[in-house]
Write a protein that binds this ligand. Structure first.
Ligand code: BGC
Length: 451
């Protein structure tokens, strides 16, 4: 073991965790998610976000940021809640801005670079009532909000992330119906994606008008789609189509500005051209897909997991949440290298309440990131999802993604073993043989090669 060398990350690499306002702040009563949670049947066991991780209470966020700092992190990704900052159309709340200034100042004081997301799944109720992202006016309404936020908070922000996962908002809210507004429509997802992309572009330019040096991107969930039977032509076709609809149509739009069908008719939107200073990638898993005419709601691609693959915890429907596929992450990062933009992994994690997989997950995924960097991928930071267990949307509280366990009844926190794994990697800016030997010896050879 002694002659094996650590796998180092570039100097200045950002190491953090990611959170989202509604999942951690508590009592976000003025958005569409809170309303959705009140209706039985929407959330696993009718659970609610409630107090969440109690971040809105003065001192609440700060106490967790102390923990992030103590775990050797140097960055944090959070989101601001639109419904707090603009509780009714055109009316902004100075107290909410003041609280965010307090939280962002707390990041600075702890040496944490701030990545701020402007939209992470939640809409103010007034915006929802106007048709949310189906309404073409949504773009201008979002732009007005972003202009205000950039003016009030910009001096405390290092990296801006306009919109979190437009592809997930569209798919889960308008195709699958698991997220509000619970629609199952064949066309609405594309209108929503289009407006979200236009809103991203509007936000990108609004921020740059105020600060030409600002670093602005968005977070896309990128999910490789793999034909379940590589020799079956229809499986290959459905995998290609899903990859195009979920991943490529958005990735190419923010680069060349073209809204290709079904997002548009192939028109170029000048504001969208080169509208990302960095790529934010949320990576969880890949999807194995079988062509199947019986699942039009899944665009004819029946999802499965590889029989031998390693799975994370089960979702409320009893299906595995994800498959552990670090090689897919490496491949994805290599494919994105020619974009020539810095890449941040803006989310990556797995639900694992008993933490028997997370140390290994961290090591194998970070080793994959490091290999991609060595091959030339410009990855500049990694934000683990997440710091403390938080409200997991339709899955309520039973999927636990935190490095730190949360007891929702008492708000008590207990670091999991993986918190130490990640802390050691963050502090040394490397995956060292000692950490792998201690926390996941079974992947030692795979991590360091034949020694
Ligand atoms: C979202 C997070 C969520 C995570 C885990 C991502 O799609 O951005 O808000 O908690 O997945 O499911």
């Amino acid at each position: 073991m002694t002659h094996v060398t650590a796998r180092h990350f570039p100097a200045g690499f950002l190491w953090g965790t990611a959170t989202a306002a509604h999942q951690v702040e508590g009592n976000n009563r003025n958005n569409q998610w809170w309303a959705w949670e009140q209706i039985p049947g929407h959330i696993h066991q009718n659970q609610r976000s409630g107090l969440a991780c109690n971040w809105w209470t003065p001192g609440g966020a700060e106490a967790d940021l102390d923990r992030a700092q103590a775990l050797g992190q140097n960055a944090h990704r959070l989101s601001v809640e639109w419904s707090r900052l603009e509780p009714s159309a055109g009316v902004f709340d100075p107290a909410a801005f003041a609280r965010y200034r307090e939280i962002l100042t707390a990041l600075r004081a702890r040496g944490l670079s701030a990545m701020v997301t402007l939209h992470h799944f939640t809409n103010p109720l007034w915006f929802e009532a106007q048709g949310a992202w189906l309404n073409p006016r949504s773009v201008a309404l979002f732009q007005r909000f972003v202009e205000r936020v950039a003016g009030e908070l910009g001096d405390l922000v290092d990296l801006w992330c306009t919109i979190n996962e437009p592809n997930v908002v569209a798919t889960l809210g308008y195709l699958v119906g698991e997220f509000p507004p619970g629609q199952r429509s064949p066309l609405a997802p594309f209108r929503v994606t289009r407006n979200l992309l236009l809103a991203h572009a509007a936000a990108y330019h609004a921020i740059h008008r105020q600060d030409s040096q600002a670093q602005v991107g968005l977070a896309l969930q990128l999910r490789p789609f793999v034909p379940a039977r590589p020799t079956a032509r229809l499986d290959r076709w459905v995998a290609r189509m899903q990859d195009y609809l979920f991943n490529q149509s958005l990735l190419t739009a923010i680069r060349d500005g073209v809204l290709r069908p079904p997002l548009g008719l192939g028109e170029t939107v000048p504001a969208l051209v080169d509208s990302s200073d960095f790529l934010g990638i949320n990576f969880y898993t890949r999807e194995l897909v079988h062509f199947d005419l019986r699942v039009p709601g899944d665009l004819f691609g029946r999802r499965s997991f590889s029989p031998t693959g390693e799975m994370s915890d089960l979702t409320s429907s009893g299906a595995p949440y994800s498959e552990c596929v670090p090689d897919s992450l490496e491949q994805l990062l290599r494919q994105l290298t020619p974009c020539g933009k810095p890449i941040y992994i803006t989310e990556c994690g797995l639900p694992d309440a008993d933490d028997n997989q997370r140390p290994r997950f961290l090591i194998t995924h970070l080793a994959a990131v490091q290999r991609a960097i060595q091959a030339g991928a410009p990855v500049e930071g990694f934000f683990h999802w997440t710091l403390v267990d938080n409200f997991e949307w339709a899955e309520g509280w039973h999927l636990r993604f935190g490095l730190i366990e949360l007891d929702t009844a008492t708000q008590a926190r207990q670091p999991r073993a993986s918190a130490q794994t990640y802390a050691d990697i963050c502090r040394t800016n490397a995956i060292t043989p000692a950490v792998v030997q201690r926390d996941a010896p079974e992947v030692f050879r795979q991590t360091f090669g034949e020694a």
